[in-house]
Design a protein around this ligand. Structure first.
Ligand code: DC
Length: 220
């Protein structure tokens, strides 16, 4: 099986790039953030304290999280219910960052991610795919952009979806998430030693995808 690991901070364009690459290569696109989001969503609905590892661990006992692929499109199921449409809010983003710092949560999701890559050719996007989940991935890319540009992209995405958004708030949330994701003790966001960093600041989607293709070329 072939694997491309695509890691980087929120809003760097990972999901857009990963989707396009997966389509071109005939691979499955795996968005691992959706797993953390599903757990965060569950914790929010149960009013669990996201920072309390004991409470979250207790909640996870007997909880089933599953990724299913319908027409190659990923859906995330929480205890058998498709929650894909419910996990894209700002509240879930912040909660996902919090629960993802808990070692018990990361351990809970590790094998699930590895199993998918064992059975499918994948472009897998996340924070620790190249460093922890798939250390033997064929290609490892660290996709990044300036925090201002990433906040602007996220802001425009929210507005395009008809949601209300405040740029300064989006920027502050993004900075907090960057800090928390990069400074947690377990599997922090950082480039794998054998990864190639691609900075998309000032690049549009086509230019970014071209850069990625140059990196991938001949390696899968
Ligand atoms: O990629 P995303 O914004 O959907 O991810 C939501 C949060 O989940 C992110 O702030 C950090 C966490 N995450 C993680 O720790 N490891 C991953 N492989 C993917 C996401």
């Amino acid at each position: 099986m072939k694997a491309i690991a695509l890691d980087g901070p929120a809003g760097a364009g990972k999901s857009t790039m990963a989707k396009l690459l997966a389509k071109e290569l005939g691979y499955i696109y795996v968005d691992t953030g959706a797993l953390y989001r599903a757990i965060a969503y569950y914790a929010l609905t149960r009013s669990a304290d996201m920072h309390d590892e004991k409470a979250v661990t207790a909640m996870l006992a007997g909880t089933q999280i599953e990724l299913r692929f319908v027409d190659r499109e990923q859906r995330v199921f929480l205890n058998g219910v498709d929650v894909s449409g419910k996990i894209r809010t700002e509240a879930v983003s912040m909660a996902a960052s919090a629960v993802s710092a808990l070692p018990a949560v990361r351990a809970f999701l590790l094998q699930l991610q590895r199993d998918i890559a064992a059975k499918n050719d994948v472009v897998m996007d996340g924070r620790d795919i190249g460093t922890v989940v798939l250390p033997n991935a064929d290609v490892k890319i660290f996709l990044t952009a300036s925090v201002q540009e990433r906040a602007r992209r996220r802001y425009e995405e929210l507005i395009a979806k008809g949601m209300t958004a405040d740029y300064d708030e989006v920027l502050a949330d993004m900075e907090k998430r960057d800090f928390d994701d990069s400074n947690r003790a377990v599997a922090p966001l950082k480039p794998a030693e054998d990864s190639v960093t691609v900075d998309t600041t000032g690049l549009d989607m086509e230019q970014s995808i071209e850069r990625l293709k140059v990196v991938i070329n001949g390696r899968v």
